[in-house]
Design a protein around this ligand. Structure first.
Ligand code: ZN
Length: 138
């Protein structure tokens, strides 16, 4: 069995953003040389997510509105976590959107449904953060 590990780094300019990372994950699979196996992609921060969904801007707007309705950023004083920081909403948003995805690799490609794509979800940006890509297989 072969294994491969890489970190993808992000420095999002805004507090919140969704970034399409399928091309970077495909590049990792090519670099790994693994044809049959699994790829794990996870955020290494508790205020960011990795998730799979449609690469469609209307949906991303809908996510933003929905998440802000569930856990509004302001007023920051509404959260007990916000003592000396202001990112309680980001922790809650990350919980809803998930930590990681695992995708099968078949014949050297992501074995996806038609519209599945991988995204990095940032909920407390404006600093360097990273995503782990771990691939195992043959
Ligand atoms: Zn925090």
């Amino acid at each position: 069995m072969k294994s491969y590990r890489k970190e993808l780094w992000f420095n999002v300019k805004k507090r919140r953003e969704f970034i399409h990372i399928t091309p970077q994950v495909e590049e990792c699979i090519r670099e790994s040389g693994i044809k049959e196996g699994f790829v794990l992609v996870n955020a290494m921060h508790i205020t960011a997510s990795v998730f799979i969904n449609d690469n469609e801007s209307g949906l991303h707007h809908d996510y933003e509105k929905w998440l802000e309705g569930l856990a509004p950023h302001a007023p920051t004083s509404q959260y007990r976590h916000n003592v000396g920081e202001d990112n309680a909403d980001a922790h809650l948003k990350r919980t809803v959107m998930g930590r990681e995805v695992v995708v099968a690799i078949t014949n050297g490609e992501l074995d996806f449904g038609t519209w599945e794509r991988i995204f990095y979800g940032e909920f407390d940006g404006r600093r360097k953060k990273r995503v782990l890509v771990k691939i195992i297989g043959e």
